[in-house]
Design a protein. Sequence first.
Length: 116
Amino acid sequence: MQKVRTQLHCGRGEAGQTTVEYAVLLAALAIAAIVALAFLSGTIRGTFRGATPSPETQTFRPPVTCDAHYSGACIPPPPPDLDCDDLAHMGITGTVSVSDSDPHHLDGDHDGIACN
C-alpha cells in the first residue's frame, strides 16, 4: 500500500492530482453509474411484472353454471332458451346426452341425444 501511495504522489501536477488519480476516480464513478442503472432497471421491471389490469380493462365474465339435465358438455340453464344453432355457435359439437327433462327442448325426437 505504501508503494502505491508513493507512486501516486510522485508526479503531482499543478492542481495536486495525478493522471492516475483522475483515472481511478473516473473508473469508480463509472462503476457506480453502472450499478445504479442496473438497480433502477431491475426495480422498474419488477414494478410492472406483477401488475394487475385495472377494472376498466378487465372483461366481465359471469359465473358459468351447467344445467344438470345435460351431460357431455356444459350447457347453461335457461334463460335464455337455447337451440342447436346456439350450441354450435358456443362451440359445442360433441354428443350431449339429455336426461328425463329437456328445458331447452334440444332433444326433438326424444332419443336422449341433443341436436341429432
